[in-house]
Unconditional design. Structure first.
Length: 458
């Protein structure tokens, strides 16, 4: 199936005529390029950053067309150009607004809509949240729509796939969470490709570039295949239409065990993170270090008020000895374990690398209050590890046979190195684990507290 993704600039409510003309132009360009389906960004019409509900309804009084008029116009164009259209728009229900996306077929029929479920920061100022996570029936199979931050919660795309979606469409407006010198957002960086791979479905993401009000966008629209390979991507700036051919198959990679399903059904409570971890020290051990040697080494050290987490390579699988405490403030881990371990005020989990390729194991540990998850083995990709850290706002420590790597709650690698040849050459690294207690990806955007387990089918 040939899919097009249209990347549009930031807009303004007062510029709605120009915005509508551009939307129509890009749909025509997609059709001329042979696309069967085109995806447009989040709130492609009339704007994403509304400023306030007062501003929006004032613009309506001054001539801005409402959502019904927009849908009618896009439906006519879809029918005339024989192209299916997925477009984000501001949906009105009386005096209530939703951040919505439509899916219109090649005959101009509205097949369904999705309302953004996981609201991002300023979304709360003018949008009400959606309450349904359900794919839409189309001539090319069941299709799931997730709008921007919906992809941050793995349960939302996973539910769409569990309910039969074999293609995910993402109208989005990826907001810059990097510095002004480098536009950056984890979704185009690694998260969307990981979603496609772990669920086994293609994903087409249409983003914005430029700015609107206080929001700066990173562009970077993309299309991934079901293996997580980025087939095509737009740059961070500029208006573009990009194309890719994707294979839609009646298969998926979704796997959730009954025990994981039960934990994922829990509602997260802030008090589970009541302990705020202080500084901790990480100690990579040589593979042949014995408990006696580590205990002797520990006795020579003095880190008052600091915990020490020691870890060692275990070969190419995750098998190793059980966790062993060395004094009150030291813990040695040599492989995957069950449940949550505690080292003073630090919650610790440890899993096999193969389990890091699925969202559920780390998600369950995060819901149970861990600050750091150790991943033992060589199979996990860096993209998977970064996704697990970012989606849960935890630290992930990858413990491979040849090297180790620490990833922070934003999904960024921050420390790492090869294994020491002896305890005499081992180097302690101090890490502040406190950021793992803050589950906000942005203000008013909590990746655990804002889950709605009753909406998910896994």
């Amino acid at each position: 199936m040939r899919i097009a993704v249209a990347q549009t600039p930031g807009s303004d409510l007062r510029q709605w005529r120009r915005t509508l003309a551009l939307v129509e132009e890009l749909i025509c360009s997609a059709a001329a390029g042979g696309a069967e389906l085109v995806v447009l960004p989040e709130c492609a019409f009339p704007a994403y950053y509304l400023g306030s509900m007062i501003s929006y309804f004032a613009a309506r009084q001054q001539g801005l067309p409402g959502s019904e008029a927009f849908l009618e116009r896009i439906s006519v164009l879809a029918r005339d150009k024989r192209i299916a259209v997925c477009a984000g728009y501001v949906e009105e229900q009386g005096r209530k607004l939703f951040n919505s996306a439509c899916l219109i077929d090649q005959d101009g029929q509205l097949l369904g809509t999705h309302r953004k479920v996981f609201l991002w920061d300023f979304d709360h100022d003018w949008f009400a949240p959606g309450e349904q996570v359900t794919p839409i029936k189309t001539p090319f199979g069941l299709v799931g729509i997730m709008i921007c931050a919906d992809a941050r919660l793995p349960e939302i795309p996973a539910t769409l796939v569990a309910r039969g979606a074999r293609l995910l469409l993402q109208p989005t407006a990826w907001v810059n969470v990097g510095g002004p010198e480098r536009l950056w957002n984890p979704q185009p960086e690694f998260l969307i490709a990981e979603r496609a791979r772990e669920l086994g479905v293609p994903i087409a993401s249409a983003s914005r570039w430029g700015s609107e009000g206080a929001a700066v966008f990173v562009g970077s629209s993309l299309i991934c295949d079901r293996l997580g390979q980025v087939l095509v991507a737009a740059p961070s700036e500029g208006t573009h239409v990009i194309f890719a051919d994707v294979e839609i198959r009646e298969t998926s990679n979704l796997k959730v065990t009954p025990a994981e399903r039960a934990t994922l059904g829990l509602t997260w409570k802030q008090d589970i993170m009541a302990e705020t971890p202080g500084p901790a020290r990480l100690l990579p051990l040589p593979a042949d270090a014995t408990e006696e040697q580590v205990a002797a080494y520990a006795a020579q050290q003095s880190f008052i008020g600091q915990s020490v987490l020691a870890f060692a390579p275990v070969g190419h699988d995750a098998t190793g000895g059980p966790p062993s405490p060395v004094g009150a403030d030291w813990l040695v881990l040599r492989g995957a374990t069950d449940g949550v371990l505690h080292l003073a005020d630090v919650g610790i989990g440890a899993i096999a690398a193969e389990d890091a390729s699925r969202f559920a194991p780390c998600r369950c540990l995060a819901l149970l209050g861990v600050h750091i998850v150790l991943v033992f083995g060589a199979e996990a990709s860096t993209a998977s590890l970064r996704a697990r850290a970012c989606e849960n706002r935890i630290f992930v420590l990858a413990v491979g046979p040849d090297a180790w790597q620490l990833i922070d709650p934003a999904g960024c690698p921050v420390l790492g190195g090869s294994w020491p040849t002896s305890l005499a050459t081992a180097e302690l690294a101090m890490v502040d684990l406190n950021p793992a207690s803050d589950k906000r990806a942005a203000p008013r955007t909590n990746v655990l507290a804002d889950r709605h387990p009753q909406q998910y089918v896994l």
